[in-house]
Design a protein. Structure first.
Length: 682
């Protein structure tokens, strides 16, 4: 019998009202009981979650824009502008099976490449501030990569893909229902000069019953070996068929490794009686050339960390009432080294003089954090009320491993002071209370509305506190905070067993304060404010038994709510759009199954125009890109797949901005085809 679920169409439809999600409160619950916008991407939707880059799947979600850089690099927006800078990654929480990929204060904007999204069971995206189980960094949204259960890996599976620019991948999975292993080897030759990428990913899974509960053990290892291509410069240079394939930084590279092992034990003694114990150990290291800086210094960073969490929920004696409480603790040992091999050769004489050779920064930071959360809930036939609060305390202990101040490594002063400033050893602490109030009204069995008031926060990243510039010796920073309100409606119409039309609509408004920025003096300071308002929609229409239409998108504005001169000679003015913040993001998916063995999808994605600078004086035009995907189930065990990206072969840019007096672009790949074979034995 053909596995029709495995050849289902690629359109990302609204998550079914009865589908179970886990990210909102770190436990399984029906979507109708979740007061948040959550999208769930699964292989049954997509054939595979991604082929060459995780942006392929995430850009299907309303309110999400992931701009690809070189290789596996990216910049992200979730109900936000595309964020850049040292603290950009701190506005989003990246999880694997509910565990943060990195410790607090040590994120990386590219860290999703440390997960195996191509073989994930699902990826869930929560838009807006996370719930009280998440803690720091769940400001604009949460991305949770979910590994398969061991039962999902029963049997053997091998798949291989070959395509444009010497792309090739080999994936395997093997399991016996209780334990399993899966892995991926992927190589992309790159369409630009000296931009090849090789990735290795492994996952180990083990599930069993233990002490009246369920035990899940997971281990993961990843390796990235990337030759990096830099921005191309000049207005509309991405339209130049020769220049777009060039690489002005052939010396650039990025090497990264990660290891994780985690265990989760859960027990449910009665309805509403749940216990959970979870723990994880993580290690990661990365070396890359900062080709985008004058002098092109090398950075090496690493972290080893561990975390543990406890949670319990119980019903009250009073009918319909229940409570949940949890405790989390984390420890991390982190380090960063920035070193420049030789003198700076680019820029003006002054710019070269203040960027000496040798070590610029060399420090270690110990991080310790503890968080507690509690929630109370009341359910009735038509209503669900929930109130929750979380308390977090985060401590950094910073140890400078070289000379304090802004001299060269050997103590030689630079004219006017060196660019790189190293604070003296110090300790910093941050505490925050974050409340959340939710209400859900079940209008009918198939219509539900919800409202939520929530707050998210992030402490300063370690690099924002201790990687200073010029004459700044102390960064007096506080945690960024965002308060958000959201109204949502979920619905399904049509036949009870198979709705013809289903979808959801959400309206949100948020205010962010104490935004960390670099001022006109090059100092890291707080005081920024931004505002974010928008409407998101997802619709899925089963127009005919073998034809489906999926539609999703966002109308939003992201604006500055303060005025100030900032680094680079730019001036922020209150009320203007934040740069790289498209007001429109839309997607249309037309899915057909002309034969029970054949599935086809045409995907149309449009990214609206956006300003490329804070002054709103330069705008990058809107772009529309088409993709085609197909799957032929040749036999019960073998399927052939075809994917064509940028079907119309347009000259597009994955990212555009205006900086240092010029336009900069990451050009997008032209039309590219990929052919795959998927074999499965049970």
């Amino acid at each position: 019998m053909l596995e029709l679920a495995a050849i289902a169409m690629l359109a990302t439809s609204p998550t079914s009202l009865e589908e179970v999600v886990v990210t909102a409160r770190r436990r399984e619950e029906r979507l109708v009981d979740v007061a948040a916008s959550v999208s769930r991407l699964t292989p049954s939707d997509l054939g595979r979650l991604d082929l060459t880059h995780h942006a392929e799947s995430l850009n299907r979600v309303p309110g999400v824009l992931m701009q690809r850089g070189s290789g596996q690099e990216s910049l992200l927006a979730i109900r936000s502008p595309v964020l850049t800078g040292a603290g950009a990654c701190g506005a989003f929480l990246f999880l694997e099976d509910g565990f943060p990929l990195r410790p607090t204060g040590f994120c990386n904007v590219n860290e999703l490449f440390e997960t195996n999204t191509a073989q994930a069971a699902a990826v869930e995206v929560l838009r807006g501030p996370g719930s009280v189980v998440h803690g720091a960094n769940a400001v604009h949204g949460v991305i949770n990569v979910l590994t398969p259960s061991a039962t999902e890996l029963e049997g053997a599976r091998i798949s291989s893909v070959f395509g444009a620019d010497e792309f090739k991948s080999l994936a395997f999975a093997l399991g016996d229902g209780r334990q399993g292993i899966q892995g991926l080897v992927r190589h992309d030759g790159g369409f630009r000069e000296d931009s090849k990428v090789t990735e290795l990913k492994l996952n180990f899974l083990y599930d069993r019953e233990l002490a009246g509960g369920q035990l899940r053990w997971r281990a993961a290892a990843t390796r990235l070996d990337q030759d990096t291509a830099g921005f191309i410069r000049g207005f509309d240079s991405y339209r130049d068929t020769v220049l777009r394939r060039s690489n002005p930084n052939p010396e650039a590279f990025r090497d990264a490794d990660s290891l994780r092992t985690s265990v989760v034990w859960t027990r449910s003694e009665c309805e509403g009686c749940d216990d959970e114990v979870r723990a994880i150990f993580r290690h990661s290291s990365m070396t890359f050339l900062q080709h985008f800086l004058l002098g092109k210094p090398l950075e090496k960073n690493a972290q080893s960390s561990a975390a543990i969490g406890l949670a319990r929920s119980r019903p009250f004696a009073l009918e319909g009432w229940s409570w949940r409480a949890g405790l989390d603790a984390e420890w991390a040992d982190t380090s960063l080294l920035e070193i420049q091999d030789g003198p700076t050769l680019e820029g003006s004489a002054f710019a070269r003089a203040i960027r000496p050779a040798g070590r610029h920064y060399d420090y270690a930071v110990e991080v310790a954090s503890i968080g507690a959360n509690a929630a109370i809930e009341h359910r009735s036939d038509a209503w669900l009320w929930r109130a929750a609060i979380r308390a977090d305390h985060i401590a950094y202990s910073y140890d400078n491993l070289m000379r304090d101040g802004n001299t060269a490594e050997d103590g030689t002063p630079c004219p006017g002071g060196c660019l790189y400033s190293r604070p003296a050893d110090r300790d910093d602490r941050f505490s925050r209370l974050t409340p959340r109030v939710e209400v859900i009204r079940h209008l009918t069995e198939r219509q539900h509305v919800y409202a939520v008031l929530a707050e998210g926060f992030r402490p300063p990243e370690i690099t924002e506190l201790y990687r200073l510039q010029r004459t700044q010796s102390v960064a007096d920073l506080d945690a960024e905070r965002m308060r958000s309100a959201e109204l949502g409606w979920r619905f399904a119409f049509g036949d009870d067993s198979s709705p013809t039309l289903r979808g959801n609509l959400a309206v949100f408004s948020a205010r962010k304060s104490d935004v960390i920025l670099r001022d006109a003096n090059g100092f890291n300071v707080i005081g920024g404010r931004t505002r974010h308002e928008g409407v998101e929609y997802e619709l899925d229409w089963q127009a005919l038994p073998r034809f489906r239409v999926g539609l999703g998108g966002t109308f939003a504005r992201h604006r500055y709510d303060f005025s100030r001169a900032i680094e680079g000679g730019e001036t922020i003015t209150s009320g203007r759009d934040i740069d790289t913040a498209p007001r429109h993001l839309h997607r249309l998916a037309l899915s057909a199954q002309p034969h029970e063995r054949i599935s086809i999808e045409l995907d149309v994605r449009r990214v609206g125009a956006y300003f490329a600078d804070a002054a709103n004086s330069r705008k990058h035009p809107a772009q529309t890109v088409l993709g085609l995907r197909g799957r032929w189930q040749w036999s019960p065990d073998v399927a052939l797949t075809l994917e064509i990206d940028n079907l119309t072969d347009r000259l597009l840019a994955d990212r555009a901005d205006f900086a240092q007096g010029d336009w900069r672009y990451f050009p997008a790949r032209r039309r590219s085809a990929y052919l795959g074979v998927d074999w499965r034995a049970r």
